[in-house]
Design a protein around this ligand. Structure first.
Ligand code: SF4
Length: 306
């Protein structure tokens, strides 16, 4: 029987340790499981990590499909490419900017470069995103502005040490179950608040579920910051040493009650968030908070005491 080989799951950035064993004959994996000695997952692993690693071939298209009258039909590559070419030509003939090209974070740098050349140089469209704008660009800019480095500052070691956990616009119970185990373990002895318009599984686990009206993250963040200022929950020394323009920010803050009202939440919710941020806290947010007009960290990394 072949041996178990330690490796790292490549399906998401949680970085779980896996053990995998090859098939006796030929190419492929006979079994994959979590590595009990790995510090990130201690033997845990999610279904996605196990299934996609053990069966990387999965179910893939083997032939191109073309939609006719609402239904997809198998066809040849010549036909499929003709359909795409005709549709692109018709759109580009009208105006170049009728075509938008979106890349994926799963592309290699080389693929992203070539796709950019095709979009901008070939199609001549202004609307090209290799994935950065949709994903991390706004957060990275804010990380540089706030912390001088483009990586999220916390590490796994910070999770057990946090006394409160605020998850804003993310559902790690479903998306990152292994890391979520870290959070729920730590939150057993602390405060756990979820901000999400949707009552997700994560929200249902929380001590408090704050459900703002969709699209009002900024109003809620400003209400919380205004409340922190009002109650003097600001680390003034940190602000003085590491920030500029704080007085201008404060002058521009709304009345917390009015902002809470705009966000469709109660002042009790705002106070609970302000109180949670007064502890040594971890604030987890997702790109769903980043996509509107203002960069993520600028909006939700509040300079509160901790
Ligand atoms: S959480 Fe799941 S997909 Fe992500 S690294 Fe761990 S096993 Fe892989």
């Amino acid at each position: 029987m072949s041996e178990w080989v330690p490796t790292t799951c490549v399906r998401c950035a949680v970085g779980c340790g896996h053990l995998q064993r090859g098939v006796e004959e030929g190419y492929g994996l006979a079994a994959v499981r979590g590595d009990a000695t790995h510090p990130t997952n201690n033997g845990l692993a999610c279904q996605r990590g196990i299934n996609e690693t053990s069966d990387p071939d999965g179910e893939w298209l083997t032939r191109p499909l073309v939609r006719r009258d609402g239904d997809l039909h198998p066809t040849t590559w010549d036909v499929a490419l003709d359909v795409v070419e005709t549709a692109l030509r018709d759109s580009l003939a009208e105006t170049r900017d009728l075509v938008a090209v979106l890349g994926s974070g799963q592309q290699t740098n080389e693929a992203a470069y070539l796709l950019g050349k095709l979009a901008r140089g070939g199609f001549g469209t202004r609307h090209y995103d290799a994935n950065t704008t949709l994903c991390m660009a706004s957060a990275v800019t804010a990380y540089y502005d706030a912390f001088g480095s483009d990586a999220p500052p916390p590490t796994y070691d910070d999770i057990p040490e946090a006394e409160s956990h605020v998850i804003w616009g993310a559902n790690p119970s479903a998306a990152h179950p292994v890391m979520y185990r870290w959070i729920t373990q730590s939150a057993l002895e602390g405060t756990f608040i979820v901000v999400d318009p949707v009552a997700t599984d994560t929200a249902l686990d929380a001590d408090r579920h704050v459900a703002p009206t969709p699209g009002t993250d900024l109003q809620l963040a400003r209400a919380v910051l205004a409340r922190c200022v009002e109650t003097d929950g600001i680390d003034r020394e940190f602000v003085k040493a590491h920030t500029t323009g704080f007085d201008d920010l404060v002058a521009d803050l709304p009345d917390p009650e009015a902002a809470a009202d705009e966000a469709g939440v109660s002042m009790a919710d705002v106070d609970a968030l302000a109180a949670a941020l007064d502890d040594p806290t971890l604030l987890y947010c997702s790109s769903s908070v980043a996509e509107p007009k203002v960069p993520t960290a600028r909006r939700v990394h509040l300079p509160v005491t901790s």
